[in-house]
Write a protein that binds this ligand. Structure first.
Ligand code: THU
Length: 160
């Protein structure tokens, strides 16, 4: 039997089409790319999340001369959020990036490891996490749940 998995998302032409709360969060993600420590890749990523308690938490990628010790912006944000506000769900996470040339005009998606971490965060807080993806300008993608980014995912349930 052939089966299909469908991923639904919304595409906006640019930030001006977002609600003011989403636009502010995306602006925060774009601005926070300035705090990335990415001397090796030159790829600066910024993430900003609004939590269900109203707080905003940010994260940036933090690299290391021992390359595998580096950590992506999304997982820095999840660790910070979970450490400061344990068990608080993320309502929306906005993610932006640019390279050393400083410009980017298309959305990029979180890497596979981050998708796994986003999924577990969403599962354990029991709240769907909206995700906004955009470069420093241009189109914005809105995805309503981290689950949508990782079909055929592996979770703790699978180990029972
Ligand atoms: N990076 C992120 O921070 N998030 C992603 O989802 C993709 C990749 C970082 C890791 C590394 O510091 C640099 O971007 C290049 O891969």
């Amino acid at each position: 039997m052939n089966k299909t998995i469908e991923v639904r998302y919304t595409e906006y032409n640019d930030i001006s089409e977002l609600t003011s709360a989403d636009a502010a969060l995306l602006e925060k993600a774009r601005a926070t790319t300035a705090n990335a420590y990415a001397p090796y890749s030159g790829f600066l990523v910024g993430a900003a999340a609004s939590l269900f308690n109203g707080e905003i938490v940010t994260g940036t990628n933090q690299e290391n001369a021992s390359f595998p010790a580096g950590i992506c912006a999304e997982r820095v944000l999840l660790s910070a959020a979970s450490s400061i506000f344990p068990n608080e769900g993320i309502h929306t996470m906005a993610i932006s990036y640019h390279n050393t040339k400083g410009h980017s005009d298309k959305p990029v998606s979180p890497c596979g490891i981050c998708r796994q971490s986003l999924l577990e965060f969403e599962g354990r807080t029991g709240k769907p996490m909206r995700i906004l993806l955009s470069g420093m300008s241009g189109k914005v993608l809105e995805i309503n749940s981290a689950k949508a980014l990782l079909p055929f995912s592996f979770t703790a349930e699978d180990m029972k």
